[in-house]
Design a protein around this ligand. Sequence first.
Ligand code: FES
Ligand code: FES
Length: 227
Amino acid sequence: MTRDSRPPAGPDSESTSASPDAIDVSRRTFLKGAGITIAAVGVSGSQAIASSPPAGTAETAVLGPGPMSIGLTLNGKTTQLEAEPSHTLLDTLRNNAGLTGAKRVCDRGSCGACTVIVDGLAVNSCSMLAIDVMGKTVTTVEGLATGDKLTPLQEAFVDCDALQCGFCTPGMVVACTALLEKNPTPTRDDVRKGLAGNICRCGTYQNIFEAVEKATKGKKGARRANF
Ligand code: FES
Ligand code: FES
């Protein structure tokens, strides 16, 4: 029921003229319906966990609550990860895939230490479910270098001393990589905006900005491999 279709409150309204039993049944029915609606809103699209398929429709596959297989492209390789539908992408990468570059710091989407790239976008992996990357392409900081050969951006981080404790550094490098994929020649302001979701407790921002500028110097329309 929308706000506009709700019957007016008052002595003549339906709710006051109905018997107490009718009101009780009506409230129970409403709460039951609301519960189903909330459950449906709480899960996403085709990955919804259907506990009560509507009458007359084919039964929807139930995912979880135990571990399930999630297929994705992880750091360039076709991969199957085992994770429960309630597990975050960060936990799954760290605990199930052995990729510990993304760090758990705030665990609530406010520091960027857990940044990974999903289909070209920098995301906070602590705030995304692993099930939501099914069929997608995920790149972590481990997927940037080729063997021992660092990317120019990683080398620039080293050359510019763009880290102190280094805890934020994987997230910073990944966020900068995502930025440079979209904008190969960012201004200082673009870099500031691109890193707005990443916090460095040591305050190494100046050196990080210099590292990005060093990595992009003289580049025009460069591709990701060049960063
Ligand atoms: S640990 Fe994910 S944003 Fe801080
Ligand atoms: S280098 Fe220590 S948090 Fe950034």
